[in-house]
Design a protein around this ligand. Structure first.
Ligand code: SDX
Length: 434
């Protein structure tokens, strides 16, 4: 970032001395006002619940322009990466290293990831401690956090090699753990990864093979899954990424930090929205019920939200939602499900919402979660696992952001303050006098 000539001057109506603060310019996007000296100079904090106007870090990984509906991974538009930018592991390499790999670099990266896809056999005992109907996100929070107990050889966060090894292990093992969570939930045996399959084909193999029948790789479906992973790979300083950064700022090991990110992603306002959006469509059931449902959404007392719509940053169409809808159509076509009633319902609901003043005035558009459930359901992925797939994809973004933070000389332990509105100092009164 560059320190621009312009400065921000903060003046106070109570006659307190004004304060000048430097303004920094990034390469693209909004400038920032450096307020780090504010408290020391004024005894005052800024107040920004939800961090609506706060930049918590500087980063060169992902850029979002919410007004244009633009998403760049290391400068490359998501439309190019998702449609003709190669596969998910190419995007992983880009997010981790800042540049797309050449053929030799890609071959080496793929080989390294492939050779780390197995998990320690002892991991199976963690799964067996869960109920079969445990939510997969609870299993992933537990098992990903537990990974740190197996890799004492790569937990020194100050060692760049350890950071690299941990990043590879997490990217490589997440599909194995997600598939194991699925197999455990349906009472089928775990399926080991295969080194002769691509990353996404290997995941489908671990999900849908059984000892009695090998999964027959369908390249159209595998490509669709790969695109879903690319679309979910990173997204600037969203809630779960900020959680990973905050956990990492204390020096916690990368496996613990990713487990924290998974826990945050689980929420229905964040990654859990894809599961909630599909349940919402199933609950609406038919196009005839859309009008009544929309009236419930507009009724603040109903607590009903249009899941898969709205976004803190996008005040235009989420570019990922467009690509997800195209992927949805391709998959349904491939499977002969082009008349899938839920897809038709989703498109009808989108059309009605985008013409309704309530949504238009609030700049509420479909986000990445609106169509992703329909396409995952068509791929045979159970609804409860949708957010687990999101976590699988986002692991590379989380770990890339974690690595960037750890190697940022500016980073310090994250420790926000507060506006205290509770009881001022008072004395305890004995119970018999209360
Ligand atoms: C993801 O941050 C990221 O980048 C996240 C993500 C990523 O890749 O990491 O993009 C992934 O989490 C996508 C978002 C998935 N969540 C959902 O689809 C859940 C439904 N969406 C809402 O919960 C909401 O839109 C949020 C949480 C996504 C954004 O909330 P904000 O920015 O805090 O906006 P807000 O709640 O202040 O809403 C502004 C207005 C309010 O109405 P008014 O008080 O102005 O009258 O819009 C309304 C809200 O009630 N509103 C909705 C709505 N979303 C916002 N009304 C109905 N349905 C919705 N979905």
């Amino acid at each position: 970032m560059t320190n621009s000539e312009t400065k921000a001057t903060l003046s106070f109506s109570d006659g307190s001395p004004s304060l000048e603060m430097p303004i920094y310019k990034g390469s693209i996007g909004p400038d920032v006002i450096d307020i780090r000296k504010l408290y020391g100079a004024t005894g005052k904090f800024t107040y920004d619940p939800g961090f609506m106007s706060t930049a918590a870090c500087n980063s060169s990984i992902t850029y979002i322009d919410g007004d244009k509906g633009e998403l760049l991974y290391r400068g490359y538009p998501i439309e190019q990466l998702a449609v003709n930018g190669g596969d998910f592991l190419e995007t992983c390499y880009l997010l981790l290293n800042g540049e797309l790999p050449n053929a030799a670099q890609k071959e080496e990266f793929v080989s390294t990831v492939t050779k780390h896809t197995m998990v320690h056999e002892q991991m199976q005992f963690f799964f067996r401690g869960f109920r079969r109907d445990a939510h997969p996100m609870s299993v992933l929070v537990g098992t990903v956090g537990a990974l740190s107990s197996f890799y004492h050889d790569s937990l020194d966060i100050n060692d760049p090699h350890h950071r690299e090894v941990s990043a590879i292990r997490l990217i490589a093992k997440m599909p194995t753990l997600v598939a194991m969570a699925y197999k455990y939930s349906i009472g089928q045996p775990f399926v080991y990864p295969r080194n002769d399959l691509s990353y996404s084909a290997n995941f489908m193999h671990m999900m849908f093979s059984t000892p009695c029948e090998e999964y027959k790789v369908n390249e159209v479906l595998v490509r669709a899954l790969d695109r879903i992973l690319i679309l979910h790979a990173d997204h600037e300083q969203n809630a779960s990424t900020s959680t990973v950064r905050l956990a990492g700022s204390s020096g916690a090991n990368p496996f613990a930090c990713i487990a924290a990110g998974i826990a945050c992603l689980w929420g229905p306002a964040h990654g859990g929205a894809n599961e909630a959006a599909l349940s919402m469509l199933e609950e609406i059931g038919s196009v005839d019920n859309i009008t009544h449902f929309i009236s419930q959404v507009k009724d603040k007392n109903s607590g009903v939200k249009l899941m898969g719509f709205g976004h803190r940053v996008y005040k235009n169409y989420d570019p990922r939602a467009k690509l997800m809808r195209e992927t949805c159509y391709e998959v349904l076509q491939e499977l002969g499900l082009q008349d899938d009633p839920l897809f038709k319902l989703a498109m009808a609901l989108e059309k009605i919402a985008l013409e309704d003043e309530y949504f238009v005035s609030r700049k509420l558009y479909p986000n990445v979660d609106f169509y992703s459930g329909i396409v995952q359901r068509a791929l045979g992925i159970p609804t409860a696992l949708f957010t687990g797939i999101f976590a699988l994809a986002r692991t590379v973004g989380w770990i890339a952001q974690w690595k960037e933070m750890i190697s940022d000389p500016e980073q310090k332990i994250g420790r926000p303050r507060q506006l205290f509105v509770g009881a001022a100092k008072r004395d305890v009164v004995a119970i018999d006098k209360r």
